[in-house]
Design a protein around this ligand. Structure first.
Ligand code: SAH
Length: 203
């Protein structure tokens, strides 16, 4: 059985270097976010079904996306507010909650949002707020966000996200299967492209 340490080793080998990200990734038990029959492979570096045709993300991908989000001296994680699109199992939500002051997460499938909320509640995560809805609209009530991170493949970054992003803030989202990062500089978005990934679609 793959251990948590082995999971971290794999992620390091793939090139993730941010120790803040690696530390919190190991600190939130992935096994708690999946069904019993999958517990044996909880720490394997692969997505795992969570029902409703969705998956808990591959650990490396979660690490890489969060690293892209916080990769800048300007990004003071402890005081930042982040919006997550696609709560899924809630695993990444729990990780973000350890890194950021406040996490807001939107999930379109009510059953998944409910289950994620229960698990995060059991783990006493108090700085994550969940809602059911279309993440393409962001979450206006708590904008602006320092970071927006989306775990589903988008056709393009929705305009609402750009509007709800603070100056200097960042969006990390797979756009047409290419990991993409946008940074808001003087009100304008600067876009960068990274590796290719497979994701479930942003519906
Ligand atoms: N990072 C999560 C998994 C994300 S999978 C984890 O580790 O568990 C992507 C999730 O995005 C799925 O749960 C899917 O239902 C959700 N999703 C897809 N389109 C969405 C939309 N328009 N708004 C909100 N959530 C969406």
């Amino acid at each position: 059985m793959t251990t948590r340490e082995e999971m971290l080793e794999t992620i390091r080998r793939y090139g993730v270097v941010d120790e803040r990200v690696l530390a919190v990734l190991a600190g939130v038990d992935r096994a708690k976010f999946i069904a019993k029959e999958w517990k044996g492979v909880a720490y394997e570096d692969r997505p795992i079904p969570i029902g409703h045709e969705q998956t808990i993300s591959q650990p490396y991908t979660v690490a890489r996306m969060i690293e892209l989000l916080v990769q800048s001296a300007k990004f003071i994680v402890q005081s930042s507010k982040v919006l997550e699109i696609g709560t899924g199992s809630g695993w990444q939500t729990g990780i973000l909650a350890k890194l950021f002051a406040q996490v807001y997460s939107v999930e379109v499938i009510p059953e998944l949002a409910e289950r994620a909320g229960e698990i995060l509640g059991k783990l006493k995560v108090q700085n994550a707020k969940l809602k059911v809805g279309d993440g393409k609209e962001g979450w206006r009530d708590f904008a602006p966000y320092d970071g927006i991170i989306c775990g589903a493949n988008a056709q393009e970054a929705p305009r609402a996200w750009v509007q709800q992003l603070s100056e200097g803030g960042r969006i990390v989202v797979p756009v047409q299967e290419v990991m993409t990062r946008g940074t808001k500089v003087k009100g304008e978005m600067k876009w960068e492209s990274f590796e290719k990934y497979m994701f479930v679609p942003l519906v």
